[in-house]
Design a protein around this ligand. Sequence first.
Ligand SMILES: *Cc1c(COP(=O)(O)O)cnc(C)c1O
Length: 398
Amino acid sequence: MTITPIMPVYQRCGVRPVRGDGAYLWSEGGEKYLDMAAGIAVNILGHSHPAIVKAIADQAATLMHCSNLYGMPLGDELAQRLVDKTFADTMFFTNSGAEAIDCAIKTARRYHYANGQPERHRIISFSNAFHGRTLGAISATDQPKMRDGFEPLLPGFTVLPFNDLAAVEAAIGPDCAGILVEPVQGEGGVSVGTPDFITGLRRLCDEHGLLLIFDEVQCGYCRTGTFFAYEQYGITPDIMAVAKGIGGGFPLGACLVTEEAAKGMVVGTHGSTYGGNPLGMAVGLAVLDIVGTEEFLAEVRRLGDRLRASLEQLIPNHDHLFEEVRGLGLMLGLKLKPGAEARDFVAHVRDEHHLLLVSASDNVVRILPPLNIEDSHIAECIEKLSAGARSFPVKEAA
Ligand SMILES: *Cc1c(COP(=O)(O)O)cnc(C)c1O
């Protein structure tokens, strides 16, 4: 037997964390790491936040799981609070981002079905997007590494270049159900949707009776300095997938929908055994208690501005290595110059300087810290990045 007991679908690094506290992780061997990746934008309150720990412990001792066949007081409360804070009128709770995306796709198709137009099933999505790994979510991408060998996938997707409104306009036809987009692409390289593109998608959806579906699994939940990224564009989607930050580390997601767009999702059309379980809802409420305030968001914006400014100051000192800073709030990307691989640089600062970052497409290093970090963590991150840049061997660009 040479296969590992865990299916080998990940290229795992040598760091094996066993404990976390705030912005730090400790590995099996006792080494300490500054975690500026936060489980890929998940641990928005850092590791082992006392409010999350308490919510889990108290709720686990009270009621952990209960079927969706019963009323859900905690779920009603969390859903109502999210309805009050967003464009949405209703939502479906999931355990992950991909499940929220699948629910979004089903909701969009079912909307047109309920309107007597079942032929409207096609979803427009974008290259370099990442929506998760279910068959539905990979059908919405054009990346061979995710799709090859899994075909036939779900029919009815058209993948177009990101930030190209004319391409979308040209592709819309009578079979279209909606447009699925990350307003800020995460895995794709921290690419921010331009205001013209995002507001243009809203306009095209309105003109053609399509539903606008946002994937804010990574960029939502305060990450970009507003509760959701859509707020910064002055428009609202009809459907939105949320996960990652919403549970602060507990597996939790949601598909948020307007009343109109949810009209097809009637009794019996969708479900989940664990979705909306009391334990997840208790954590969701505890996280929202902390992050759902204007003061929290103002601090995210202040920290984001500070981190961004510090990163920008690094560029001239290491201009053989760093090309530009991208992103919004505390969703930041550092694009490397040709000759340096983002993946190699992430491994270098991890192994040599105990700084955890995460790479993305387009040769970008992502910096996605907990949203409650302190100025001292930013200073430490910049010191480590600077030291890492000095010691990183760059090949001569061809
Ligand atoms: C992580 C992510 C997903 C998938 O979430 P899972 O919880 O891994 O299923 C979907 N969309 C975006 C934008 C993501 O970053």
